[in-house]
Design a protein around this ligand. Structure first.
Ligand code: UDP
Length: 240
């Protein structure tokens, strides 16, 4: 049987937490290496991969604000944190001979490229993994929103959010053993049930632009490849 990917171009959102491994803080090179291998598998079968990285493993604007900092300064620090994660991810991918472009919403000449949608599209077409950092470039947004925005801009077939649980549940599965997983949800259901999949800005953007969203567990080995081949994995969120 011929195995063909269900998606040609994806936008993968990796939270800062996902890069931190068990420590929940900082960057775990072992976790990065494993992710690089899984991403390399996708590139190997011809899938075009864009990645948006979070920064919560280093700094979060809201947390810094709670500690007394100015919110905008905190958000700038948060966005710079995503650039550091991007440099670490680029390093991990390139050590595995996967060609990579890092593009930042905030220009940072000499360190990474400035985000340019057409250049990103061309890079993806030539098989480079594009890592989009510095979020949207604006305070008061999240990297989830940046992931949806970039996914829509680059015409990805799907935005895939890697989390620590294998999908969206009706309650927190870490706390409630009776929590039930959804295989499929509409954007309106996510909003009505107030399911904390992503922030409202991100969900509304995907709903308005009809960009499907999939949430899955990146710690489950092979799950990413599995869902690329169209197998049920995590939770799919779509229009109806
Ligand atoms: N951030 C921002 N604008 C953006 C994206 C991110 O100001 O468009 C800041 C914000 O302070 C956020 C931090 O960067 O807390 C890290 O991003 P996020 O919390 O989304 O990372 P994740 O939770 O995915 O690790």
């Amino acid at each position: 049987v011929e195995r063909r990917p269900a998606y040609q171009r994806i936008l993968l959102k990796l939270s800062g937490e996902a890069l931190a491994g068990d420590a929940d803080m900082g960057i775990d090179p072992k976790v990065l290496s494993r992710m690089a291998l899984e991403i390399g598998q996708l590139v190997g079968i011809g899938v075009e991969v864009g990645i948006v990285l979070g920064g919560g493993n280093l700094f979060r604007g809201a947390a810094l604000q709670a500690a007394g900092l100015d919110r905008v300064a905190g958000d700038h620090m948060g966005m710079l944190a995503t650039v550091m994660n991007g440099l670490a991810m680029r390093d991990a991918l390139e050590r595995n001979n996967i060609k990579t472009r890092v593009m930042s919403a905030i220009p940072m000449s000499g360190v990474v490229d400035h985000y340019d949608r057409r250049a990103a599209t061309r890079a993806l077409q030539s098989g480079d993994v594009c890592i989009f950092v510095a979020g949207t470039g604006n305070p008061f947004f999240t990297t989830d929103t940046a992931a949806c925005l970039r996914g829509i801009e680059i015409n990805a077939n799907v935005v895939i959010k890697a989390t620590k649980v294998d999908g969206v549940y009706n309650a927190d599965p870490m706390k409630d053993p009776t929590a039930v997983k959804y295989d499929y949800l509409t954007f309106d259901e996510v909003l009505e049930k107030k399911l904390g999949v992503m922030d409202l800005t991100a969900i509304c953007l995907c709903r308005d632009q009809n960009m499907p969203l999939r949430v899955f567990d990146m710690n489950k080995q092979g799950a990413l490849l599995n869902l690329i081949f169209g197998h049920t994995e995590g939770t799919l969120i779509g229009k109806q």
